[in-house]
Ligand binder design. Structure first.
Ligand SMILES: Nc1ncnc2c1ncn2[C@@H]1O[C@H](COP(=O)(O)OP(=O)(O)OP(=O)(O)O)[C@@H](O)[C@H]1O
Length: 261
């Protein structure tokens, strides 16, 4: 056995292999960090490493049993990590060369991108300022990559140009549309009262309720960004990639939004 270990030759491709696996593992870890999935992830990782060690040491029976377990485990893995796999694939698809913001690939392939109407940030910022001042709870999702159709249909179709007064009206406490989130796409309020996925991130402070958690939930599973106005405190928060910047100024909100456009 010792002989076997001594005669292992390492090619430069092996080093690239190890490096790539480390990068993928780190990205996966970043995705599941702070969620319940991290415990399952570490458990599976431990079993996998144990299996590989058993196989390298030629412990036939143990590596056979663990191998069977890992084989079935792949299906269980896809089910358990459905959301994380989605986010991981989005992360890859969001690579600079593919991103429509950068547009290199589109130029290379001579694909004509449709000109989308520019987001009217002035109306959006005015609405956020007024909603915060009047402590009107609000959840606004900016679907910058047109990927939230599934969630848009869960609400009431609006299809109207963005305007500060319309947004304020929607979130007005007695309005029948004030519950849930508003989804904005291509400078249009697509729908209101949308039901969004709730984040399971356990690292959020306890005072974050469902409004904040569903903002984080939708930005976890998509490239959308979200604005949250707290009904309780009037504080403004911004969410991107499942993270929440809490209690930011209106100027910071504007900067954060502009950075995404
Ligand atoms: N799954 C969901 N998708 C979209 N909106 C939701 C969802 N669940 C709850 N909400 C919205 O969140 C509101 C409840 O907010 P809650 O008080 O629990 O959150 P919060 O984060 O503490 O916000 P606030 O500071 O405004 O109280 C509901 O009235 C509804 O409008």
């Amino acid at each position: 056995m010792l002989n076997n270990l001594l005669f292992i030759t390492i090619r430069w491709l092996d080093i690239v292999d190890i490096l790539l696996v480390s990068i993928i593992m780190y990205q996966l870890y970043k995705l599941v960090k702070g969620t319940v999935a991290i415990k399952i992830f570490l458990g599976i990782l431990a079993i996998y490493l144990f299996w590989k060690i058993a196989a390298a040491l030629k412990m036939e029976l143990l590596s056979e049993i663990l191998g069977q377990f890992i084989g079935v485990g792949v299906i269980a893995l896809i089910v358990v990590f459905q959301q994380e796999i989605r986010r991981f694939l989005l992360l890859i698809g969001n690579n600079r060369i593919f991103s429509s913001k950068n547009g290199k690939l589109f130029k290379l392939l001579q694909v004509n991108k449709d000109e989308k109407p520019k987001l009217n940030t002035t109306q959006l910022i005015n609405a956020s300022r007024n909603l915060a001042r009047s402590k009107t709870g609000a959840l606004i999702i900016l679907d910058l990559h047109s990927e939230l159709k599934l969630y848009t249909v869960s609400g009431e179709k609006i299809n109207a140009k963005i305007s500060s007064s319309l947004l304020e009206n929607i979130f007005f406490k007695n309005s029948p549309l004030h519950d849930g989130g508003v989804i904005i796409q291509n400078n249009e309020i697509k729908a209101a009262r949308c039901i969004l996925p709730v984040s399971e991130n356990q690292s959020f402070p306890n005072h974050f309720g469902l409004r904040h958690r569903s903002a984080a939930g939708i930005t976890e599973v998509s490239q959308a960004i979200a604005i949250i106005i707290s009904e309780e405190t009037g504080k403004i928060s911004f969410s991107k990639q499942g993270e929440i910047k809490h209690n930011i100024s209106i100027d910071d909100l504007e900067k954060n939004i502009l950075a995404e456009l």
